[in-house]
Design a protein around this ligand. Structure first.
Ligand SMILES: Nc1ncnc2c1ncn2[C@@H]1O[C@H](COP(=O)(O)OP(=O)(O)OP(=O)(O)O)[C@@H](O)[C@H]1O
Ligand SMILES: Cc1ncc(CO)c(N)n1
Length: 276
C-alpha cells in the first residue's frame, strides 16, 4: 500500500483535555469510550486525577500546569487533532495554560464547563470560573453546560433554555448547547448566535447517568472531527449520550452507575480464531 493510501485509511483524531475518574465512569475514561464509539482516534491531556467512584469524589490531585503544557505540546506538535473537547479543568492556572496553547490554532473546540459532580464535589474552583469564561469561551466552537451549570455561569435562575443560551453567547462563546437529560424536560437546546434549535432526547429513567455529560461533549467533538456540522454533531451527541444511558451499568457500584457508550456487555473476549 502506498503511504498516501495508508494515510487515507487513518481515523480522524480528537483530543480531550480533562481529568481522570478512577472509577472509569466519567472524565477522560468516558471521553475515550465516546471517541472509540465514533470511530475516532482519541488522545488525552490529563489535568488532574480524581479519586472517585460511583458514590463520589474523595480526593483530587492537580497536575502542575507546566506538565499540562508538556502534554499539550507533545500532542499538538505530532498529532494535531481535528477537534478538541475540554472537561474538568479545575483551576485558573490550568485554564490559562490550555487557553495559551489553543489560541490562534483554529481547531474546533467543545467546552464542557464541568463545575460540580452530581455527588456535590466541586470540579472547578470558585476562583477559576472567571478564567473559564474570559480566556476559554472566546476560543470555543460551542459550550455544552447542563441546565444547572448554565444557570451558575449566567447568574440566571430561569429554566427557559432559549434565554439562558442567549445569555451564554453574550458571555463570549459563539454557540451554546444547554443539555438537560436529568430533568423532567429532556431537551437539548442549541443557539448559535442566530437561530434556536430544540432537540428532544429519549430519556431513560435509569440509575446509570454518571458520565452522560462527558459522553455527550466528547461525541460532539468526535463528530466535528469527522466533519459534521454543529447541528448534526449536536443531534448525534444527544443520541449517543442517551444510548449510553440506556446501556448504562446500573448496580456496578453503590451509587449512580456509569454510562456505557461502547455497550461492553455485548462484547466478548477475543479468541485466537478472531486473529486476522
Ligand atoms: N436519563 C437519561 N436518559 C437518556 N439520556 C440522558 C439521560 N441523562 C442524560 N442523558 C443524555 O446525556 C446528555 C447530557 O446530560 P446532562 O445534561 O444530564 O449531563 P450532565 O449533568 O452534564 O452529566 P454528568 O453526570 O456527566 O455531569 C443529554 O443530552 C442526554 O442526551
Ligand atoms: C473527572 C470527572 N470529570 C467530569 C465529571 C462530571 O461528570 C466527573 N464526575 N469527573
Amino acid at each position: 500500500m502506498s503511504s498516501t493510501a495508508a494515510a487515507a485509511a487513518l481515523p480522524a483524531r480528537a483530543l480531550t483535555i480533562a481529568s481522570s475518574d478512577s472509577g472509569g465512569g466519567a472524565g477522560i475514561q468516558a471521553d475515550l469510550k465516546a471517541f472509540a464509539r465514533c470511530g475516532v482516534h482519541g488522545m488525552s491531556v490529563i489535568v488532574a486525577l480524581t479519586a472517585q467512584n460511583t458514590t463520589g469524589v474523595s480526593a483530587i490531585h492537580e497536575c502542575p500546569p507546566r506538565f499540562v503544557a508538556d502534554q499539550l505540546e507533545a500532542v499538538l506538535t505530532d498529532l494535531p487533532p481535528a477537534a478538541i473537547k475540554t472537561g474538568m479543568l479545575l483551576s485558573a492556572p490550568i485554564i490559562t495554560t490550555v487557553a495559551n496553547h489553543l489560541a490562534g490554532k483554529g481547531i474546533p473546540l467543545v467546552i464542557d464547563p464541568v463545575m460540580v459532580a452530581s455527588s456535590g464535589s466541586r470540579l472547578l474552583r470558585e476562583d477559576a470560573v472567571a478564567a473559564l469564561i474570559e480566556e476559554l469561551f472566546p476560543l470555543a466552537t460551542v459550550i455544552t453546560p447542563n441546565l444547572m451549570e448554565a444557570q451558575a455561569l449566567t447568574g440566571l435562575g430561569t429554566e427557559n433554555r432559549a434565554e439562558i443560551a442567549e445569555a451564554l453567547v453574550a458571555l463570549g462563546a459563539p454557540a451554546a448547547l444547554v443539555t438537560g437529560g436529568h430533568g423532567i424536560d429532556p431537551i437539548d437546546h442549541l443557539y448559535d448566535g442566530r437561530a434556536h434549535l430544540e432537540m428532544p432526547v429519549t430519556r431513560y429513567p435509569l440509575a446509570a447517568t454518571h458520565g452522560a455529560g462527558c459522553t455527550h461533549s466528547a461525541t460532539l467533538a468526535a463528530c466535528l472531527a469527522r466533519g459534521m456540522d454543529l447541528a448534526g454533531a449536536a443531534r448525534t451527541a444527544g443520541t449517543v449520550a442517551s444510548e449510553a444511558v440506556r446501556c448504562g451499568l446500573v448496580g456496578l457500584g453503590a451509587g449512580d452507575g456509569p454510562v456505557d457508550a461502547l455497550d461492553v456487555r455485548r462484547l466478548s473476549p477475543p479468541t485466537l480464531t478472531d486473529r486476522h
